[in-house]
Design a binder for this molecule. Structure first.
Ligand SMILES: NC(=O)c1ccc[n+]([C@@H]2O[C@H](COP(=O)([O-])OP(=O)(O)OC[C@H]3O[C@@H](n4cnc5c(N)ncnc54)[C@H](O)[C@@H]3O)[C@@H](O)[C@H]2O)c1
Length: 323
């Protein structure tokens, strides 16, 4: 049994908690949040998609992570805190001897990522950053098709992640770029990380950025050049109207087919024959936590996302908004 602690019980903390609780090889023994949810209640997520109640029965609760580490003997923690807290709390957890699954982005800058990598090496503990898109079934399918060459060479791919601005009331940490890193680190990084996973480091990246009135970037378009005659781009927006909600999608053009994803399943348009839908199973968050649990348990040894990959995605995301 993996003894797990979950730190941060907002939108993503709820996702981690529920997925850990669904596993038979793990037991959530402690949770920590500065503001603990009231029994039967739960907090809203940044996109108002939280709200499912959390089952905290039999779980020790803390409001301070240091107290939790001192009192509990944990094998692993999930960290789902605001981004500016990833570095200090991940390092505290590693120094306390626990394996760490930390939400993306890894941290606010490359120096913080490096400090986390050093701490993990020193503690000889796993540090995995929760880049869930690497585990999302439709993206797993796309990577497999790119790698296998089933439809020939990739000629072009466009990835989109469009959303209304997250709850930007005066208390929201998302609105504070010094805490969230803004759109490139918080949202666009999902697609930049997946692009890096598929194609590695680009020869060159260019970006266009539209800013809110307060000069904070709100819409980013990035073009990545791999010097291989494939046009790769990604768009991230926090400028959609509230009625739009959130949508992620991609299109990919191969030599002998095109693939399109939005919602569930992948629609494939072959060069010959009728279009068809590839049905996929599973849930990216559950798959990500399963992979981490298997790394902790020693059943899997190769990390799908290494700390160095996550650091590179932070570097790429910062680079495109600095242009
Ligand atoms: N992988 C994804 O799809 C995805 C989606 C949304 C957010 N995220 C990431 O997850 C992280 C958390 O985002 P969220 O949407 O869950 O935020 P949130 O605001 O919903 O939750 C953060 C929680 O941390 C708690 N907290 C704040 N400071 C604390 C402290 N010092 N000690 C203990 N608890 C503290 C807050 O009370 C809150 O409950 C961010 O890094 C974000 O970028 C990832």
């Amino acid at each position: 049994m993996i003894r797990v602690g979950v730190i941060g019980l907002g939108f993503m903390g709820g996702v981690h908690l529920r997925n850990w609780q669904a596993r038979s090889d793990a037991e959530v023994v402690a949770v920590c949040d500065a503001i603990l949810p009231v029994a039967g209640d739960s907090k809203q997520g940044n996109l108002d998609v939280g709200g499912e109640s959390l089952d905290l029965e039999g779980i020790a609760t803390y409001t301070d992570a240091a107290e939790m580490f001192a009192a509990e003997s944990l094998d692993a923690v999930s960290i789902a805190l605001p981004t500016h807290l990833h570095r200090p709390i991940a390092i505290q957890a590693l120094e306390a001897g626990t394996h760490v699954l930390c939400e993306k982005p890894m941290a606010l800058n490359v120096e913080d990522c490096d400090a986390m990598i050093v701490a993990a090496k020193k503690a000889e503990r796993l540090l995995m950053i929760a880049h869930c898109i690497r585990f999302w079934p439709e993206y797993v399918w796309l990577k497999q098709v790119i790698d296998s060459g089933e439809y020939g060479k990739l000629r072009a791919a466009e990835f989109q992640r469009l959303s209304a601005a997250p709850g930007w009331d005066s208390n929201s940490w998302f609105a504070d770029v010094s805490k969230s890193g803004g759109i490139a680190l918080d949202l666009h990084i999902h697609d930049l990380d997946f692009i890096q996973y598929c194609f590695g480091e680009p020869v060159q990246a260019r970006a266009a950025c539209s800013r809110f009135d307060n000069d904070v970037p709100g819409h980013v378009q990035t073009w990545l050049d791999y010097g291989n005659n494939a046009a790769i781009s990604a768009t991230g927006s926090w400028m959609m109207p509230k009625s739009f909600g959130f949508k992620m999608s991609y299109s990919a053009v191969f030599e002998t087919a095109a693939a399109f994803f939005e919602g569930r399943g992948v629609k494939v348009f072959p060069a010959e024959g009728e279009p068809f839908t590839v049905e996929v199973d599973g849930d990216g968050y559950a798959a990500e936590i399963e992979h981490f649990a298997k790394l902790v348990g020693g059943q899997e040894r190769t990390m799908v996302v290494t700390p160095e990959d996550a650091r590179e995605s932070v570097r790429m995301a910062l680079e495109v908004t600095e242009q």
